[in-house]
Design a binder for this molecule. Sequence first.
Ligand SMILES: [Fe+2]
Length: 386
Amino acid sequence: MITTYDVFVKPTMGMGCSKRIGIDLAKAGHKKAFMIYDKGMWDFGIAEPIIKNLQAAGLEVVTFDGVLPDPPDEMVEEAAEKARNAGCDCIIGLGGGSSMDTAKGVNVLMNNPPPIRQYFGVRYDLKPGVPLIFIPTTSGTGSETTNMCVISCVSAGNKASVVSAATIGTQCYLDAELTMGLPAGATAATGMDALAHATESLTSGQQNPLSDAVAREAIRLIHKWLPVAVADGSNREARENLMYASYFAGMAFTNALVHSGHGIAHTIGACFHVPHGNACTMVLPEVIEWTAYNEAHKVRQILECMGVDCPEDMPKEEVGALARKTIRDFAKSVGMKGPDKYGISREQLLSIIPMIMQDTGLALSPHRMASGDLAKILGSAYDEML
Ligand SMILES: [Fe+2]
């Protein structure tokens, strides 16, 4: 199969590397930055030093601190108007996936008129924006290295994505110093989201040699370091390796794509208000087991990266079952909880199957997932996480 790896966001890496941003942007000739974050970034003392760093390098900084989870289109349009009116020559997204998605959406609207909903889909016809810089503050979404901008459309009541050159970052700062204060629960959930990106990419059937390589490395790093960071959030080595794992997993899925695990998790999240990483974790073991049907060699690689021996002659059904148990045990070991802990009954979980069947993520599955498969996956996910 001939493939091209075509999305690459230049990373600057290392503890404290975000302190380079002012010098880097000044060197590149920028004069006025538009910085996007949520109020928590200010309250936790993360936004202010970066603003001061930019100002010390001679840049003017215009801020938008109103980022909401699942960024609504109207909010993105409001932020973009502010950036355009101020004449900003670069955009900085600081925070988790929502801040980075907002920054991508604003960049789309820098040189293309609103509303943003008219640009949903893969677009090759959009005018480029301005240089776009990401500073992730969690290790999970991988949004800093993907070309997908996920926006909630308020009028339609759904989520959709813009994929274009304007949503690809110019540079990102992988500074794990900014994740040191993340509580254990959020560390586990975001790390499991990255594990879902890596394992789903590896088994998507659309992978290429580079996406495979970075996916495997992400799995190894998460398997080794996530339990360490959950047990001791002050472990710098663990935090740093998880930041890189998230970036690698993001690289993998921006090329190979995630599939049914994310498709199911989107519906669980929307119906029962379960945070994204937690929803992904609920079904990831069964989804990877299911991919062993025609991607058994890749499921073997997942097991190998998680330190489990898997003989070459093991039947694919057994490979799948072993992967299900390995991933679930790992999820439990970092404190992840099952659907019942979110007040969801078995019947309620099974009742969303028709909605899951409508999710586009399901269409990306390596082989067709029927409603009977979904019933087995959700039933097992519920029972094994009790
Ligand atoms: Fe995800």
